[in-house]
Design a protein around this ligand. Structure first.
Ligand code: IPD
Length: 284
């Protein structure tokens, strides 16, 4: 993996403040997503393919996040799944997926999340430096957060008195093999290649999971609930916060051989497993 760009001069207090902002906004935004889900879901449009949907709630939640960031962090840039990019003046960009797992959301499967990260540098995952990330599933009440150099943590919002739990990835999976999550892009033309990759990974796996929210897949690798995750075709907002959770939990995140996570491939595991998963998914 190529190294991230060096972290600019952010002191620990700056990082703490950024993390608090990410946590406050992800809580408010994911609670709005949950309320709207309870009221009923309206598909507002399709995007890259018939299966790639956007709900009215995706748009409303992203708009709320944008408003809060403009109030709290004027001057920062923004890159969101539903409303695109806006350059800032501070060198920091917020990378936002208002509802990651939109298809689950539309079907009523309680596995979706709001994902918010702040990155330094150009808002390009090949060069940015992730500063903070927060991923919240409002149905389970779990909030995963990380700041660079300060670890990854799980807060149970359902139990505000519980102390945050420090996250650690799993290292070497046991003899039964690795519990591996993946996903499939919305474009049917890519499914044969995705399935071929799953077939090549199977000898390393005790089982496969396809949960439907890349941000939660990454959070679960960070929490040791999965041994590995890989997927082709995900977007910066799907992995910006989750990738930081994994590295702050002691894991490794990469993409194409020697590269960083991105649209062509994202892989996240504990250190011992990375090369084996990477070899399996990249063999053509
Ligand atoms: C999707 C989810 C899914 C992954 C897709 C993503 P969305 O994000 O993360 O798990 O397989 O590639 O696009 O569309 O629900 O925000």
């Amino acid at each position: 993996m190529s190294p991230a760009a060096p972290v600019p001069a952010f002191g620990s207090q700056d990082l703490e403040a950024l993390e608090r902002t990410a946590v406050a906004i992800v809580r408010e935004a994911s609670a709005l997503a949950r309320r709207r889900r309870a009221e009923g879901v309206r598909i507002a449009a399709t995007k890259s393919a018939a299966a790639d949907i956007v709900t009215a709630a995706d748009r409303e939640v992203e708009a709320l996040i944008r408003v809060r960031l403009a109030e709290l962090r004027p001057g920062d840039g923004f890159l969101g799944e539903e409303s695109g990019a806006e350059h800032g003046t501070t060198g920091i960009t917020w990378v936002v997926d208002p509802i990651d797992g939109t298809v689950n959301y539309a079907y009523g499967i309680p596995v979706y999340s709001t994902s918010i990260a702040a990155v330094a540098g150009d808002p390009d995952p090949q060069t940015w430096t992730a500063l903070v990330g927060a991923v919240c599933n409002p149905v389970s009440g779990e909030l995963f957060r990380a700041a660079t150099g300060r670890g990854a943590w799980l807060q149970q919002d359902a139990d505000p008195d519980a102390a945050p739990l420090r996250l650690h990835v799993n290292d070497e999976p046991g003899p039964a093999g690795a519990l591996v999550a993946t996903g499939f892009g919305y474009d049917p033309a890519t499914h044969a290649g995705d399935l071929a990759r799953v077939e090549r990974v199977m000898p390393l796996a005790r089982d496969i999971r396809r949960m439907g929210s890349a941000a939660l897949d990454l959070a679960f690798v960070a929490a040791g609930r999965l041994d590995a995750y890989f997927e082709r075709g995900i977007h910066p907002w799907d992995h910006a916060a989750g990738a930081l959770l994994v590295t702050e939990a002691g894991g490794v995140v990469g993409g194409e051989p020697g590269g960083r996570p991105g649209n062509t491939m994202t892989i996240a595991t504990g250190p011992a497993l990375f090369d084996r998963i990477a070899t399996a998914v990249q063999t053509r």
